[in-house]
Design a protein around this ligand. Structure first.
Ligand SMILES: [Zn+2]
Length: 263
C-alpha cells in the first residue's frame, strides 16, 4: 500500500503548488488488480489537489473523514454531487467515527446538499456511510485501519476530537495522527507502537493551541523524532530544517510513501 499526500499544508496556507493535508491510501484490488484509492479527508482544496496529480472524483473509491474542519470536509459537496449527478447516484463508501455522522450532515453539508432532484436527501443518498466506534476500526481492501482518537481543540469544558488512523504493516506500525494537540498522554501509546509516524505540526510564531507545535515536537527523544515525518505546514513564519533537528523530514506536496504489506 502507498500513502500519498495530495497536499501537506495547513487550513490557511496559500503555498503555490501545495494543498490541504488530505492523503490517498492506494493499493491493488485483491480481486481485479486495479488500483483503488481511499481518500483520507476531503477538504475544500481537493479538486485542485487531485487535478495536480492527474486525478478526478471518479478515481476515488472510498473516503475517510477525521474531523469537521473545512480543510478536511469542505470538498465533500463537490465529491458527492459529482457522483450523484454525473454518475447516476453511484455512491462510494464513507468511513467516519460514529460521533461525526450527525454533525457532518447537520452542521456542514445539509445546507448545500439537502435539496436534490426528488426532494430532500441526506448523507446516505451520496455515500455508503459506515460509522466506526471510536475505539474500533474498519477494513478497506483487506487492510485494517484502527481509529486513533486525539484531542484537536479545547474550548473551556468542551473538546473537539480528531480521529487519526493506525495500520499494522509487515515493517511495523504506521501512525497518521490527523489534526491534534501535543498531548503526550494520548499520543505516546501510539508512538510506542509505530515505526513510521506522520505527525500534524504547526510552525506559526504564535501557537494556536489546535496543533502540535514544532517547538514541542523537537523536545521528543531522538529515536522518536527519527521515525517522524511532519505535515500540515503553515505558509508563514520560518520553515525549520527538520532533518537537521533529527526528524525524518517535512512532507512535501505530492510526496508518496511505500507502506509495504498492510495486515
Ligand atoms: Zn482541524
Amino acid at each position: 500500500m502507498r500513502l500519498t499526500f495530495v497536499g501537506s499544508a495547513s487550513a490557511f496556507s496559500t503555498m503555490p503548488g501545495n494543498f490541504h493535508s488530505n492523503m490517498l491510501f492506494e493499493t491493488a484490488d485483491p480481486e481485479t488488480g486495479e488500483t483503488r484509492r481511499l481518500l483520507f479527508d476531503c477538504g475544500s482544496d481537493i479538486r485542485w489537489g487531485l487535478a495536480a496529480m492527474g486525478l478526478d472524483y471518479a478515481d476515488i473509491d472510498a473516503v475517510y473523514i477525521s474531523h469537521l474542519h473545512a480543510d478536511h470536509v469542505g470538498g465533500l459537496e463537490w465529491l458527492g454531487f459529482k457522483r450523484y449527478f454525473i454518475e447516476q447516484g453511484r455512491r462510494i463508501p464513507m468511513y467516519l467515527a460514529e460521533p461525526l455522522r450527525r454533525p457532518l450532515w447537520e452542521n456542514c453539508l445539509k445546507g448545500g446538499m439537502e435539496l436534490i432532484d426528488f426532494g430532500q436527501g441526506d448523507l446516505s443518498h451520496f455515500f455508503d456511510v459506515e460509522e466506526v466506534g471510536t475505539d474500533e476500526g474498519f477494513t478497506w481492501m483487506g487492510a485494517r485501519f484502527t481509529l486513533v482518537p486525539l484531542v484537536h481543540l479545547r474550548g473551556g469544558a468542551y473538546l473537539m476530537w480528531s480521529y487519526g488512523v493506525f495500520l499494522e504493516t509487515a515493517a511495523g506500525g504506521v501512525l497518521l495522527t490527523s489534526d491534534c494537540r501535543f498531548e503526550l498522554d494520548r499520543l505516546q501509546p501510539w508512538y510506542d507502537r509505530s515505526t513510521l509516524i506522520f505527525q500534524d505540526c504547526e510552525i506559526l510564531p504564535n501557537p494556536t493551541g489546535a496543533h502540535a507545535h514544532y517547538r514541542d515536537l523537537v523536545t521528543l527523544p531522538d529515536d522518536l523524532r527519527a521515525r517522524m515525518w511532519l505535515y500540515h505546514l503553515n505558509c508563514c513564519g520560518t520553515t525549520p530544517d527538520a532533518q537537521a533537528d533529527g526528524f525524518a523530514g517535512l512532507v512535501a506536496s505530492g510526496q508518496s510513501f511505500d507502506l509495504g504489506v498492510v495486515k
